[in-house]
Design a protein around this ligand. Structure first.
Ligand code: UGA
Length: 447
């Protein structure tokens, strides 16, 4: 919404949320205090806020005034009842639809921005038409393809914008009005329009394909470790095949983030609900592989440290699910820490952007042990050298650029010996690390 406001000064954009604290943070005088850390975003908010970009808790007023409403609430995996652990929980979507229906006194275009299962638009339309005040609603699907950490550049130069809508003349008119908004900065050739179901399913498909690439290269990483092949060399060799392409072939401790796992589980659930068990099993394997990769990384730390980490200090560099974000949802670090805590390790974490409260919250959310034990077992510090001091091993969980530039000799000198580094992101140079004295292991190379 910030980008739309910046690129379309003639359009008034109001972002509403029930969460008073969150909206206050978006309105904080110092734009560095906005609730999301995302390179370049503060400057854009600074430029547009108060001009044509507003943050407010007056949800009903904003619905009443708007001609177009984007539903951008979260759709987490269900944690209860039918479809538990797989299906998307559409509770918040439904609540939005009901609120829009009860408030709207003029025709509106309702845009699904949240990632949704196929045919959700049908449910949204049903609610709007049956509980509304007799006004006309057009539903559009406009899934988002930005990645965190690069959100601003992704939005300014998207590979494509996708808009799905009804194939009726009214649907086409609604599609056109959203196309016109994006056309303020996106070339028309890159704005695709489809029917609603193709648009909804394309979003899930894109994320499934991306996650599948990571699981595919991670599957190869284990084979590389056994055979003496080097996964980075393999990725480079296959990536030069223009049919495969070089992106998204970085082997790692496993993918995280709020989307990949959730969207694939959702896809699996949809496939199963149509009785397409082979399709469901095929995609579920991407998740199985990812879970295996996280567990395998943690397991390797334990076995390498002479089969026990009990009472040993393990330093985590990074907690976010990728660099340049403070988002930790489904981060591999959480699961690796959980596993090591089960082995009675003392984990110390440093992440340039993630705060202690979040880290403890992430561990408590798993409900593996009491909050008190999580707090005792996981110390969070704001200095990387302190994190690594007296540690038996360091695990790199996020690929923050600054980790490459640390004084690794100093870190080595202050560690227990032998000093181990497990690079879960393949960002450090093995030869250099070994020259400082470390026993160094990365993902996908034989040791
Ligand atoms: C992902 C998609 O890339 C976006 O297109 C999509 O819009 C977004 O989900 C969404 O649905 O909201 P995001 O999760 O923000 O974006 O970040 P990614 O760059 O895709 O990374 C996801 C995870 O995969 C991270 O943990 C990352 O470290 C890992 N990854 C990525 C690898 O391990 N190797 C790679 O080569 C690439």
């Amino acid at each position: 919404m910030a980008i739309i406001a910046q690129k379309c000064p003639h359009i008034k954009v109001t972002v509403v949320d029930l969460n008073v604290e969150r909206i206050a943070a978006w309105n904080d005088e110092d734009v560095n205090n906005i609730p999301i850390y995302e390179p370049g975003l503060s400057d854009i908010v600074k430029e547009a806020r108060g001009r044509n970009l507003f943050f407010s808790t007056e949800v009903d007023k904003a619905i009443d005034e708007a001609q177009m409403i984007f539903i951008s609430v979260n759709t987490p995996t269900k944690t209860y009842g039918l479809g538990k652990g797989m299906a998307a929980d559409l509770k918040y979507i439904e609540l939005c639809a009901r609120q829009i229906a009860s408030i709207a006194k003029s025709d509106k275009i309702v845009v699904e921005k949240s990632t949704l299962p196929v045919r959700t638009a049908e449910a949204v339309k049903n609610i709007l038409d049956n509980t509304g005040n007799g006004v006309q609603f057009q539903i559009l699907s406009n899934p988002e393809f930005l990645a965190e950490g690069t959100a601003v550049t992704d939005l300014l130069n998207p590979d494509r914008v996708l808009i799905g809508g009804d194939t009726t003349p009214e649907g086409q008119e609604a599609i056109d009005s959203l196309v016109e908004i994006y056309a303020n900065w996106v070339p028309k050739g890159q704005i695709l329009t489809t029917n609603l179901w193709s648009s909804e399913l394309s979003k899930l498909t894109a994320n499934a394909f991306l996650a599948q690439r990571v699981s595919s290269i991670n599957a190869m990483s284990e084979l590389c470790e056994k055979t003496g092949a080097d996964v980075s060399e393999v990725a480079r060799a296959i990536g030069m095949d223009s049919r495969i392409g070089p992106k998204f072939l970085k082997s790692s401790v496993g993918f995280g983030g709020s989307c990949f796992q959730k969207d694939i589980l959702n896809l699996v659930y949809i496939a199963k609900s149509y009785g397409l068990n082979e399709v469901a099993d095929y995609w579920e394997q991407v998740i199985i592989m990812n879970d295996h990769q996280k567990r395998r990384f943690a397991n390797n730390i334990v076995t390498t440290l002479y089969n026990t980490v009990s009472g040993k200090k393990i330093a985590f560099l990074g907690w976010a699910f990728k660099k340049d974000t403070n988002d930790t949802r489904e981060s591999a670090a959480i699961y690796v820490a959980d596993y090591l805590l089960n082995e009675q390790a003392n984990v110390t974490v440093f992440d340039p952007q993630v705060k202690q409260k979040q880290i403890h919250h992430d561990l408590n959310y798993l409900q593996t042990r009491d909050a008190e034990l999580n707090q005792k077992g996981t110390v969070v510090v704001d200095d990387p050298y302190e994190a690594c001091k007296n540690a038996h091993a360091i695990a790199i969980l996020t690929e923050w650029d600054e980790f490459r530039d640390y004084d690794w000799q100093k870190i080595y000198d202050n560690m227990q010996k032998p000093a181990f580094v497990f690079d879960g992101r393949n960002i450090l140079d093995a030869k250099k690390m070994e020259s400082y004295g470390f026993i160094f292991q990365s993902v996908g190379t034989a040791n």
